[in-house]
Design a binder for this molecule. Structure first.
Ligand code: BES
Ligand code: MN
Ligand code: ZN
Length: 491
């Protein structure tokens, strides 16, 4: 829960844990907000107000709080959204360790920091709310998450803050859904099972749904997608979710790679590369969570979410390197590496959504290549598009939500590397270089003149070390970014 409290007479309110962020070199609270405590904290040698500094007082005089935590933010001119997310996420984690039930953050007064007050509050809420989540499906966490997080704001912005809190909670719940799905092990999210879970949630939000099962996919000739699923006992699904607010002026399609486990297939991955491949459906998770969130927020844009769900496994029925298949588009593909499977299922999903819905634009999210992680590291996604204008607002949305995307090139002449002697196109190149680019170029062959953006999230979709506001596992990367972008499109 996220709640808003007015700052008037905060001293008189009974709270369990009051959290006061302070700057190293400036006062960011009005003179009457527990000035004595802030002064006391500053007088301690261990506390400078620097980023990461923290001190806790128990039942201090002047307020009716069981505990007060003074949290350092660092220098005033260094303040930015991510710093607030981190500080609030860390403070919440500290409260969880202390088995607190409710934390109350005192928001710096409007104008004290060179940062738009509503944006500052937004980032504080995001860090705190996301930091409060613990994946508890299979074991009880050491300490329970907080039941409620409150924010003390100026009387003048209470109403606006309440509306904002509601929105942030919905968007972050979307991120948490995606995190949970990605962290769930592959034995519990095989395509059929995962599709049923998605459908149940989507229908609750009144999204229109459609599922193509194996016979339907075969009938409609999803040759590339079925080639990936061939090695698995679990049959493939294509889930389509539609958010249709009725009066929308444009239709956007979102496509997400949904490989529920990527063993590599006959091109089996080596030990060390297999262990985390439950995360290979993070694109599908982000897209499905975005559709659900868009429905909850009643965003006035028509969205089509397309989720090709497969398990990539080796077996006697698996596709062999060198096999040639006919894709949904009619183009033939020589599959020279069964581990380059994401582009195969996306090729069919892209062709299908373009042919069926004629969207104004298509965005795909995919944990597509290790090469993209080599290029940009584990925290930044690669963004690819032949369109002049589409990437920029997506990158801007990602800057706002700190889901960073870096524009990558799509050089025409590299397409040569994907040539096949025996089919229209090959799913890999002979070169070991530029793998993220050639994967994107492969996808571009299936987007037939529709404005399209590809976001390779192989790096940031999953983490093995917890951060200030995300635990080990899926990060939910893309959900806040997409929601922010769609929201701005609509306004
Ligand atoms: N799912 C992987 C990409 C990946 C790698 C995601 C590491 C997250 C972390 C993808 O299906 C894959 O195996 N790509 C190959 C492509 C290659 C065979 C051309 C790769 O990146 O090695
Ligand atoms: Mn693969
Ligand atoms: Zn994969």
């Amino acid at each position: 829960m996220l709640t808003i409290v007015s700052s008037s007479k905060i001293e008189e309110k009974q709270v369990e844990m009051l959290i006061i962020p302070v700057c190293e070199d400036a006062d960011i609270h009005p003179a009457d907000v527990v000035p004595e405590l802030i002064r006391q904290a500053r007088s301690l040698r261990e506390f400078k107000g620097a980023d990461n500094d923290g001190v806790v007082f128990f039942s201090p005089p002047g307020v009716r709080a069981d505990q007060v935590m003074i949290v350092g933010l660092g220098k005033k001119d260094k303040m930015d959204g991510e710093l607030f997310r981190n500080a609030c996420g860390k403070a919440v984690k500290k409260c969880i360790q202390k088995e607190i039930c409710e934390a109350t953050f005192v928001v710096p007064v409007s104008g004290a920091i060179d940062f738009e007050p509503i944006s500052m509050l937004e980032t504080m809420m995001e860090g705190a709310y996301l930091g409060n989540y613990q994946f508890d499906k299979f074991k009880k966490p050491k300490h329970p998450s907080l039941l409620n997080i409150s924010f003390v704001v100026d009387e003048g912005i209470v109403q606006a803050s309440k509306l904002l809190a509601n929105k942030i909670r919905i968007v972050c719940d979307g991120t948490l859904l995606a995190r949970e799905w990605v962290t769930t092990p592959s034995n519990l999210k095989r395509p059929e099972q995962f599709s049923r879970l998605l459908l149940r949630l989507a229908e609750k939000e009144n999204l229109k749904t459609e599922v193509l099962d194996h016979p339907a996919l075969k009938k409609k000739k999803f040759g590339a997608l079925l080639a990936v699923a061939a090695g698995s006992d679990a049959s493939a699904r294509l889930v389509v979710l539609e958010h249709n607010p009725g009066n929308a002026s444009q239709t956007l399609a979102l496509v997400g790679k949904g490989v529920t486990f990527d063993s590599g297939g006959i091109n089996l991955k080596p030990q060390g590369s297999l262990e985390d491949m439950k995360m290979d459906m993070a694109g599908a998770a982000a897209v499905a969570a975005t559709l659900i969130t868009a429905a909850r927020l009643h965003l006035p844009v028509r969205l089509i979410g397309v989720l090709p769900l497969v398990e990539n496994m080796p077996s006697g029925a698996a596709t062999r390197p060198g096999d040639i298949v006919e894709s949904f588009s009619g183009k033939t593909i020589e599959i020279n590496n069964t581990d380059a499977e994401g582009r195969l299922i996306l090729a069919d999903a892209l062709s299908y959504v373009i042919q069926t819905y004629r969207p104004d634009a298509v965005i795909d999210l995919a944990t597509l290549t290790g090469a993209c992680v080599v290029a940009l590291g584990e925290k930044i996604a690669g963004i690819f598009s032949p369109d002049e204008r589409l990437p920029e607002p997506l990158i801007a949305a990602g800057m706002k939500t700190f889901e960073r995307c870096w524009k990558m090139p799509l050089p025409e002449d590299y397409k040569e590397l994907l040539k096949s002697e025996v089919a229209d196109i090959c799913n890999i190149t002979g070169s070991k270089w530029g793998g993220a680019i050639t994967a994107a170029l492969f996808l571009s062959e299936f987007t037939t003149n529709t404005p399209w953006v590809h976001i390779d999230i192989a790096g940031p979709a999953y983490i093995k070390k917890e951060t200030a506001y995300c635990g080990v596992g899926g990060t939910g990367f893309g959900v806040r970014l997409l929601c922010n972008w769609i929201e701005r499109l609509a306004s």
